[in-house]
Design a binder for this molecule. Structure first.
Ligand SMILES: [Zn+2]
Length: 270
């Protein structure tokens, strides 16, 4: 599943090809994504000029002089810049044809992605209740500490809640807790401020390193047939059950929390 770093890398990959371009037409081949693609998107985008491409959580926001297209990549979605005449495959559900002769092409084999049109994207129902960006100025240890008071749920599930902070997916949650030496099962409300400060730093560090790793793939957004996926980065605990902890050599343990796999070191995460 594309996570925040993959979406940010996608944004950086497509942005230079879209800014200042006019969308000449919108070709929708399949409207049956997670939610049906409304014809508002076609009429909103057609003949509009792209001003910027932003990201909020895992949504790409294509801002035009006429409104904003809100794109989510779902489980298996990806965007590419292709030649307008490049033949489309069966999973290529829509193209934005640009005045440059290129198209932004959306591919999504599992069709869990979505595309909406909005005049006020931050007030849209998909975005309005989201927590702060982990790499933004509104997120720090004090914020996490304040939100967590009296909360009994496990800290791993707490940081994966998008209403608390966006973009901390399952892999990054395990990795960030390892970095901060916090046991993922610990109740969110029972963790002191200095440890939340370490955790906030660790979340930022893990996500920044993943975005950096994605930087090497930017050229893949033009032409190529590549599929969306995780960036190759060294993981400390995730998917390393039974292997030695990189810090203390104790075997990494795996448990299930909220139906998701968690990996941690019993010895150095308390
Ligand atoms: Zn350890």
């Amino acid at each position: 599943m594309p996570e925040l770093p993959e979406v940010e890398t996608s944004r950086r990959g497509i942005e230079p090809h879209l800014i200042g371009r006019t969308v000449e037409s919108v070709v929708v081949r399949n409207r049956a994504l997670r939610w049906p693609v409304s014809e508002d998107v076609d009429s909103g985008l057609a003949h509009s000029e792209v001003l910027s491409v932003d990201r909020r959580a895992k949504y790409l926001l294509i801002n035009t002089n006429n409104g904003t297209a809100i794109l989510h990549l779902g489980m298996s979605g990806s965007v590419r810049i292709v030649d307008k005449d490049a033949p489309a495959g069966i999973h290529d559900h829509f193209d934005l044809e640009l005045d440059s002769g290129a198209s932004l092409r959306y591919r999504d084999p599992r069709r869990f992605g979505s595309l909406h049109w909005s005049g006020d994207p931050y007030a849209h129902r998909l975005l309005r209740d989201l927590g702060p960006e982990p790499l933004g100025d509104d997120f720090d240890g004090r914020y996490l500490w304040q939100c967590s008071r009296k909360r009994k749920l496990a800290v791993k599930q707490f940081i994966m809640n998008a209403n608390i902070v966006v973009g901390v997916g399952n892999i990054y949650a395990s990795e960030a807790l390892f970095g901060a030496r916090i046991n993922p099962k610990r109740a969110a409300g029972r963790i002191a401020l200095p440890r939340y400060e370490r955790l906030a730093d660790s979340i930022r560090d893990v996500l920044s390193r993943a975005i950096e790793a994605g930087g090497t793939t930017l050229q893949d957004f033009v032409g190529g047939e590549g599929e969306a996926g995780y960036f190759k980065q060294q993981l400390d605990v995730y998917d390393r059950e039974g292997l030695p902890c990189r810090r203390c050599n104790a075997p990494v343990r795996s448990i299930v929390q909220g139906q998701r796999a968690t990996y941690y070191c019993v010895n150095c995460q308390t």
